[in-house]
Design a protein around this ligand. Sequence first.
Ligand SMILES: [Zn+2]
Length: 446
Amino acid sequence: MKRLLPLLLSLCLPLFALAQEVSFDRYFSDATLRLDYVFCGDASHQTIYLQDMVRTGDWAGRRKHLGEPLLTGNGQIRVLEPETGRVLYASSFSTLFQEWQATPEADRVQRAFENCFQVPFPKIPVEVEICLMDIHNKPCATLRHPVRPDDILIRQQQDNGYQTKELAWGGSLEGAVDIVILSEGYTASQRRKFFTDAARARDALFAHEPFASRKDAFSIRAVFAPSQESGPSQPRLRQWTNTAVGSHFDTFYSDRYLTTSSMQKVYDAIGNVPFEHVIVLVNTPVYGGGGIYNNVTIMGSDHATFAPVLVHEFGHAFAGLADEYAYDSEGNDSIYPADTEPWEPNITTLRDFASKWQDLLPEGTPVPTPVDAIELQKDVRRIWHTLTPEVKASLNLKIGVYEGAGYQMEGVYRPVQECRMRINECEEFCPVCTRAINATIDYYTK
Ligand SMILES: [Zn+2]
């Protein structure tokens, strides 16, 4: 019976129910435990395996509200006190594996995906529990395993010799959001280009609100891992290149989807610097990239839309923002079912609208909210540059409950008509996304 309580507490219950302030210094050392897992399965089954454990450098994450993830996410990792089941640390995330589960290939094949996570290094023997959620925000796969801090097989991160440059300084590891930008597809002779491109990435982020006003909260470090060949692989052109972390286009047979499935290579390359968020900067002029919540942002460096797309993808990866677009052709009605409120802060199914932007909605606003006439007449993406500031402000700032978001034309709603999370042409995040980004910065720094 003594084991029953921790087991009951471990079933990925809503974490706020267990929230209680945990003393960092009592339970954790000032070091980082990297945990590598393999997520395996197909469209309907998931299994998690532990692959490796690595001790890396100073802990760059938060030291307050340790047991409370900011968002539910598509998965959670938690460090538990074995005797009581008390949550000592928790964070949430999304994965490429779960995106793949929605593809046709997952109906026919079982595949495996690498994933790496960081938790503070425990002072005492603990249990770590990692779980994946289904589209109803219910746990569908869970692995729980012990970690002993004196385990001799916890690998020690070695110096990889990669050059690092500091691009922004936001203060101590405890008080700043720590971002690392990793080179991918840059040869040894392209070192200078990488550091220039990484500085452009920093400038793109800091050119957009609310990052611009909060830039003092961010530390950004760039790590140069040389590749044998220049540029990512482009499978549709039968071009495969030998690069530091094996990035490629055509992920899930989608030509613009640039990713890497070699997360262990990514974490080995950045293992000598402290970080909480990872941007993999890929040396290519071809449009492409992606952002996965608390996992990775990956972005091609030289396309004309580099800056706005990087900021959009970082919105996914940093603040868990959903895409606010939906197009007729997509027709995927299974991602956000009507009986479940999505955990992403900037979309709603109206299942639990009070948890979203109901407090910002002007009284008397009809639900769903009709769009402005210009939205019905024109494709605003094509004429955005011709619109007056007043028209842009109406589309970007007039809060409502507009139907069509999260790839679904019906049943999913967005807060404004146009936002940085909807179209590339719109420069600004909407007020709801802005609030979510500010809340995320506060979460890491206050
Ligand atoms: Zn938005």
